[in-house]
Design a binder for this molecule. Sequence first.
Ligand SMILES: C[S@@+](CC[C@H](N)C(=O)[O-])C[C@H]1O[C@@H](n2cnc3c(N)ncnc32)[C@H](O)[C@@H]1O
Length: 269
Amino acid sequence: MTGADKTKEFTTANRAAWEEAAPIHGQQNQARLIEEFSRPGFSCLDQVETNRLKALGVEGRDVAQICCNNGRELLSVKNMGAARCVGFDGAQGFVDQGRELAKAGGLDVEFVCTDVYDIDDGFARCFDLVTITIGVLGWMPDLQRFFSVVAKLIKPGGALFIYEQHPILEMIEPADADTPIVWEFSYFNKKPYVETGGLDYYGGEKYDAKPATSFSHTMAEILMAGIDSGLAVEHIEEFPHHISNTWWNVEKSGIGLPMCYTLVLRKNI
Ligand SMILES: C[S@@+](CC[C@H](N)C(=O)[O-])C[C@H]1O[C@@H](n2cnc3c(N)ncnc32)[C@H](O)[C@@H]1O
Protein backbone atom coordinates (compact mmCIF):
# COMPACT_ATOMS: atom_id res chain seq x y z
CA MET A 1 0.00 0.00 0.00
CA THR A 2 1.28 3.50 -0.78
CA GLY A 3 0.21 6.89 0.63
CA ALA A 4 -2.27 9.01 -1.34
CA ASP A 5 0.44 11.39 -2.62
CA LYS A 6 2.71 8.57 -3.77
CA THR A 7 -0.25 6.81 -5.40
CA LYS A 8 -1.09 10.01 -7.29
CA GLU A 9 2.52 10.37 -8.39
CA PHE A 10 2.49 6.84 -9.87
CA THR A 11 -0.93 7.11 -11.53
CA THR A 12 -0.14 10.54 -13.03
CA ALA A 13 3.11 9.28 -14.55
CA ASN A 14 1.39 6.12 -15.79
CA ARG A 15 -1.39 8.17 -17.34
CA ALA A 16 1.21 9.98 -19.49
CA ALA A 17 2.63 6.62 -20.58
CA TRP A 18 -0.86 5.36 -21.51
CA GLU A 19 -1.62 8.56 -23.46
CA GLU A 20 1.55 7.91 -25.42
CA ALA A 21 0.48 4.30 -26.12
CA ALA A 22 -3.11 5.16 -27.14
CA PRO A 23 -2.41 6.30 -30.75
CA ILE A 24 -0.06 3.33 -31.24
CA HIS A 25 -2.78 0.87 -30.15
CA GLY A 26 -5.30 2.87 -32.19
CA GLN A 27 -3.26 2.49 -35.34
CA GLN A 28 -3.17 -1.28 -34.85
CA ASN A 29 -6.78 -1.91 -33.81
CA GLN A 30 -9.20 0.96 -34.38
CA ALA A 31 -10.08 0.49 -38.08
CA ARG A 32 -10.79 -3.23 -37.54
CA LEU A 33 -12.83 -2.54 -34.39
CA ILE A 34 -14.90 0.15 -36.14
CA GLU A 35 -15.78 -2.39 -38.81
CA GLU A 36 -16.52 -5.09 -36.19
CA PHE A 37 -18.73 -2.88 -34.01
CA SER A 38 -20.68 -1.66 -37.01
CA ARG A 39 -22.02 -5.26 -37.16
CA PRO A 40 -25.05 -5.50 -34.82
CA GLY A 41 -24.44 -7.62 -31.74
CA PHE A 42 -20.66 -7.89 -32.18
CA SER A 43 -18.70 -9.15 -29.16
CA CYS A 44 -14.96 -9.37 -28.64
CA LEU A 45 -15.38 -11.35 -25.39
CA ASP A 46 -14.05 -14.89 -25.15
CA GLN A 47 -16.19 -17.84 -24.07
CA VAL A 48 -15.01 -17.83 -20.43
CA GLU A 49 -15.99 -14.18 -19.93
CA THR A 50 -19.20 -14.49 -21.94
CA ASN A 51 -20.35 -17.52 -19.93
CA ARG A 52 -19.57 -15.91 -16.57
CA LEU A 53 -21.34 -12.66 -17.55
CA LYS A 54 -24.37 -14.64 -18.75
CA ALA A 55 -24.42 -16.53 -15.44
CA LEU A 56 -24.30 -13.22 -13.56
CA GLY A 57 -26.99 -11.79 -15.84
CA VAL A 58 -26.21 -8.59 -17.72
CA GLU A 59 -29.47 -8.10 -19.58
CA GLY A 60 -31.17 -4.95 -18.36
CA ARG A 61 -28.44 -4.40 -15.77
CA ASP A 62 -26.40 -1.22 -15.23
CA VAL A 63 -22.73 -2.03 -15.84
CA ALA A 64 -19.47 -0.12 -15.32
CA GLN A 65 -16.00 -1.11 -16.49
CA ILE A 66 -12.95 0.16 -14.62
CA CYS A 67 -9.90 0.97 -16.78
CA CYS A 68 -11.96 0.17 -19.86
CA ASN A 69 -9.25 1.17 -22.37
CA ASN A 70 -10.94 1.60 -25.80
CA GLY A 71 -14.20 0.22 -24.42
CA ARG A 72 -14.40 -2.79 -26.72
CA GLU A 73 -15.30 -5.13 -23.84
CA LEU A 74 -17.94 -2.80 -22.39
CA LEU A 75 -19.43 -2.25 -25.85
CA SER A 76 -19.65 -6.04 -26.17
CA VAL A 77 -21.46 -6.18 -22.81
CA LYS A 78 -23.86 -3.52 -24.13
CA ASN A 79 -24.48 -5.78 -27.13
CA MET A 80 -25.38 -8.57 -24.66
CA GLY A 81 -28.32 -6.42 -23.55
CA ALA A 82 -26.95 -4.37 -20.65
CA ALA A 83 -28.83 -1.17 -19.75
CA ARG A 84 -26.72 1.84 -18.66
CA CYS A 85 -23.03 1.27 -19.42
CA VAL A 86 -20.24 3.53 -18.17
CA GLY A 87 -16.53 3.01 -18.91
CA PHE A 88 -13.85 4.72 -16.83
CA ASP A 89 -10.30 5.14 -18.10
CA GLY A 90 -7.50 7.57 -17.27
CA ALA A 91 -6.24 8.11 -20.81
CA GLN A 92 -8.16 10.56 -23.00
CA GLY A 93 -6.79 8.85 -26.11
CA PHE A 94 -8.52 5.56 -25.21
CA VAL A 95 -11.73 7.30 -24.14
CA ASP A 96 -11.87 9.00 -27.56
CA GLN A 97 -11.40 5.63 -29.26
CA GLY A 98 -14.22 4.16 -27.13
CA ARG A 99 -16.57 6.99 -28.11
CA GLU A 100 -15.72 6.44 -31.77
CA LEU A 101 -16.45 2.69 -31.49
CA ALA A 102 -19.75 3.40 -29.67
CA LYS A 103 -20.73 5.74 -32.51
CA ALA A 104 -19.80 3.12 -35.13
CA GLY A 105 -22.06 0.60 -33.38
CA GLY A 106 -24.84 3.08 -32.60
CA LEU A 107 -24.40 2.08 -28.96
CA ASP A 108 -25.35 4.31 -26.03
CA VAL A 109 -22.29 3.85 -23.80
CA GLU A 110 -20.81 6.62 -21.63
CA PHE A 111 -17.05 7.07 -21.26
CA VAL A 112 -15.49 9.04 -18.41
CA CYS A 113 -11.84 10.07 -18.46
CA THR A 114 -10.61 9.91 -14.88
CA ASP A 115 -7.99 8.38 -12.65
CA VAL A 116 -9.86 5.51 -11.00
CA TYR A 117 -8.84 6.81 -7.56
CA ASP A 118 -10.73 10.05 -8.39
CA ILE A 119 -14.02 8.61 -9.69
CA ASP A 120 -16.77 11.06 -8.84
CA ASP A 121 -19.00 10.23 -5.84
CA GLY A 122 -21.99 10.83 -8.11
CA PHE A 123 -21.41 7.29 -9.43
CA ALA A 124 -21.77 5.71 -5.96
CA ARG A 125 -24.22 2.75 -5.86
CA CYS A 126 -25.10 3.23 -9.56
CA PHE A 127 -24.17 -0.21 -10.95
CA ASP A 128 -25.49 -3.78 -10.69
CA LEU A 129 -22.21 -5.04 -12.07
CA VAL A 130 -18.70 -3.60 -12.19
CA THR A 131 -16.10 -5.33 -14.37
CA ILE A 132 -12.32 -5.36 -14.32
CA THR A 133 -10.45 -7.30 -16.98
CA ILE A 134 -7.01 -8.21 -18.27
CA GLY A 135 -4.22 -6.01 -17.06
CA VAL A 136 -5.75 -3.60 -14.54
CA LEU A 137 -4.87 -4.64 -10.97
CA GLY A 138 -1.14 -4.48 -11.69
CA TRP A 139 -1.41 -0.73 -12.36
CA MET A 140 -2.79 -0.05 -8.90
CA PRO A 141 -0.22 1.15 -6.35
CA ASP A 142 -2.76 0.98 -3.51
CA LEU A 143 -4.92 -2.12 -3.96
CA GLN A 144 -6.99 -1.57 -0.82
CA ARG A 145 -8.03 1.97 -1.78
CA PHE A 146 -8.69 0.79 -5.35
CA PHE A 147 -11.13 -1.87 -4.11
CA SER A 148 -12.81 0.63 -1.77
CA VAL A 149 -13.40 3.01 -4.69
CA VAL A 150 -14.75 0.20 -6.85
CA ALA A 151 -16.96 -1.29 -4.11
CA LYS A 152 -18.60 2.11 -3.62
CA LEU A 153 -19.86 2.07 -7.23
CA ILE A 154 -21.82 -1.18 -6.74
CA LYS A 155 -25.51 -1.15 -5.81
CA PRO A 156 -26.45 -3.19 -2.72
CA GLY A 157 -26.75 -6.80 -3.90
CA GLY A 158 -24.64 -6.07 -7.00
CA ALA A 159 -21.36 -7.71 -7.96
CA LEU A 160 -17.79 -7.09 -9.01
CA PHE A 161 -16.53 -9.37 -11.81
CA ILE A 162 -12.78 -9.72 -12.35
CA TYR A 163 -11.13 -11.59 -15.26
CA GLU A 164 -7.41 -11.07 -14.79
CA GLN A 165 -3.96 -12.38 -15.44
CA HIS A 166 -2.88 -14.74 -12.69
CA PRO A 167 -0.47 -13.11 -10.18
CA ILE A 168 1.94 -16.05 -10.47
CA LEU A 169 2.88 -14.67 -13.92
CA GLU A 170 4.51 -11.69 -12.21
CA MET A 171 7.32 -14.05 -11.23
CA ILE A 172 8.37 -14.40 -14.88
CA GLU A 173 9.56 -11.78 -17.38
CA PRO A 174 7.12 -11.92 -20.33
CA ALA A 175 8.71 -12.85 -23.66
CA ASP A 176 8.02 -14.36 -27.07
CA ALA A 177 7.10 -18.03 -27.39
CA ASP A 178 10.63 -19.26 -28.09
CA THR A 179 12.22 -17.65 -25.03
CA PRO A 180 12.56 -20.16 -22.18
CA ILE A 181 10.79 -19.11 -19.00
CA VAL A 182 12.99 -17.90 -16.16
CA TRP A 183 11.70 -17.52 -12.58
CA GLU A 184 12.99 -14.02 -11.88
CA PHE A 185 10.88 -12.41 -9.18
CA SER A 186 9.54 -13.49 -5.83
CA TYR A 187 5.77 -14.06 -5.69
CA PHE A 188 5.90 -11.65 -2.75
CA ASN A 189 7.94 -8.99 -4.59
CA LYS A 190 6.92 -5.48 -3.55
CA LYS A 191 9.42 -3.55 -5.66
CA PRO A 192 7.56 -1.56 -8.34
CA TYR A 193 8.40 -2.68 -11.88
CA VAL A 194 9.37 0.19 -14.21
CA GLU A 195 8.90 -0.30 -17.96
CA THR A 196 10.60 2.22 -20.26
CA GLY A 197 10.31 0.28 -23.50
CA GLY A 198 6.69 1.28 -24.08
CA LEU A 199 3.26 -0.32 -23.79
CA ASP A 200 2.84 -1.67 -27.30
CA TYR A 201 1.57 -5.10 -26.29
CA TYR A 202 -0.16 -5.47 -29.67
CA GLY A 203 2.67 -4.84 -32.13
CA GLY A 204 5.39 -5.73 -29.61
CA GLU A 205 7.43 -2.77 -30.79
CA LYS A 206 9.77 -1.12 -28.28
CA TYR A 207 10.00 2.68 -28.27
CA ASP A 208 11.70 5.30 -26.13
CA ALA A 209 8.74 5.64 -23.79
CA LYS A 210 7.64 7.54 -20.75
CA PRO A 211 8.12 5.25 -17.72
CA ALA A 212 5.18 3.06 -16.68
CA THR A 213 5.25 1.56 -13.20
CA SER A 214 3.36 -1.58 -12.27
CA PHE A 215 2.90 -3.53 -9.05
CA SER A 216 2.64 -7.19 -8.00
CA HIS A 217 -0.26 -8.27 -5.84
CA THR A 218 -0.65 -11.82 -4.58
CA MET A 219 -3.94 -13.69 -4.91
CA ALA A 220 -4.47 -13.41 -1.14
CA GLU A 221 -3.93 -9.63 -1.27
CA ILE A 222 -6.47 -9.32 -4.08
CA LEU A 223 -9.07 -11.40 -2.24
CA MET A 224 -8.50 -9.64 1.08
CA ALA A 225 -8.68 -6.16 -0.51
CA GLY A 226 -12.11 -7.14 -1.84
CA ILE A 227 -13.23 -8.67 1.45
CA ASP A 228 -11.96 -5.67 3.45
CA SER A 229 -14.02 -3.42 1.15
CA GLY A 230 -17.16 -5.18 2.31
CA LEU A 231 -17.50 -7.64 -0.60
CA ALA A 232 -18.00 -11.39 -0.22
CA VAL A 233 -16.34 -14.00 -2.41
CA GLU A 234 -18.99 -15.75 -4.50
CA HIS A 235 -16.88 -17.49 -7.13
CA ILE A 236 -13.24 -18.02 -8.07
CA GLU A 237 -11.80 -20.18 -10.85
CA GLU A 238 -8.26 -20.46 -12.22
CA PHE A 239 -7.52 -21.32 -15.87
CA PRO A 240 -4.46 -22.41 -17.88
CA HIS A 241 -5.18 -20.22 -20.93
CA HIS A 242 -3.40 -17.00 -21.88
CA ILE A 243 -5.47 -13.76 -21.92
CA SER A 244 -2.76 -11.10 -22.27
CA ASN A 245 -0.60 -10.32 -25.26
CA THR A 246 2.58 -10.76 -23.28
CA TRP A 247 3.44 -14.11 -21.65
CA TRP A 248 3.82 -16.17 -24.85
CA ASN A 249 6.80 -17.91 -23.21
CA VAL A 250 4.61 -19.23 -20.39
CA GLU A 251 1.88 -20.32 -22.79
CA LYS A 252 4.38 -22.25 -24.93
CA SER A 253 6.12 -23.85 -21.92
CA GLY A 254 3.09 -26.06 -21.34
CA ILE A 255 4.04 -26.70 -17.72
CA GLY A 256 0.50 -26.06 -16.55
CA LEU A 257 0.74 -22.78 -14.69
CA PRO A 258 -2.51 -20.93 -13.97
CA MET A 259 -2.51 -18.02 -16.44
CA CYS A 260 -5.76 -16.28 -15.53
CA TYR A 261 -8.72 -16.41 -13.18
CA THR A 262 -12.30 -15.27 -12.83
CA LEU A 263 -13.47 -13.84 -9.52
CA VAL A 264 -16.90 -12.63 -8.46
CA LEU A 265 -17.32 -10.58 -5.29
CA ARG A 266 -20.78 -9.65 -4.07
CA LYS A 267 -21.99 -6.62 -2.09
CA ASN A 268 -24.52 -7.28 0.68
CA ILE A 269 -28.07 -6.09 0.18
C1 LIG B 1 -3.86 -3.06 -20.05
S1 LIG B 1 -5.22 -1.96 -20.25
C2 LIG B 1 -6.42 -3.14 -19.76
C3 LIG B 1 -7.80 -2.73 -20.00
C4 LIG B 1 -8.68 -3.59 -20.86
N1 LIG B 1 -9.10 -4.78 -20.17
C5 LIG B 1 -8.00 -3.99 -22.15
O1 LIG B 1 -7.70 -5.18 -22.34
O2 LIG B 1 -7.82 -3.13 -22.98
C6 LIG B 1 -5.05 -0.91 -18.83
C7 LIG B 1 -5.92 0.34 -18.91
O3 LIG B 1 -5.97 0.91 -17.62
C8 LIG B 1 -5.92 2.31 -17.71
N2 LIG B 1 -5.43 2.78 -16.41
C9 LIG B 1 -4.26 2.42 -15.80
N3 LIG B 1 -4.17 3.03 -14.60
C10 LIG B 1 -5.32 3.78 -14.44
C11 LIG B 1 -5.82 4.61 -13.41
N4 LIG B 1 -5.14 4.84 -12.29
N5 LIG B 1 -7.02 5.19 -13.59
C12 LIG B 1 -7.73 5.00 -14.72
N6 LIG B 1 -7.30 4.22 -15.74
C13 LIG B 1 -6.10 3.61 -15.60
C14 LIG B 1 -5.02 2.58 -18.90
O4 LIG B 1 -5.25 3.85 -19.47
C15 LIG B 1 -5.38 1.43 -19.84
O5 LIG B 1 -6.36 1.79 -20.75
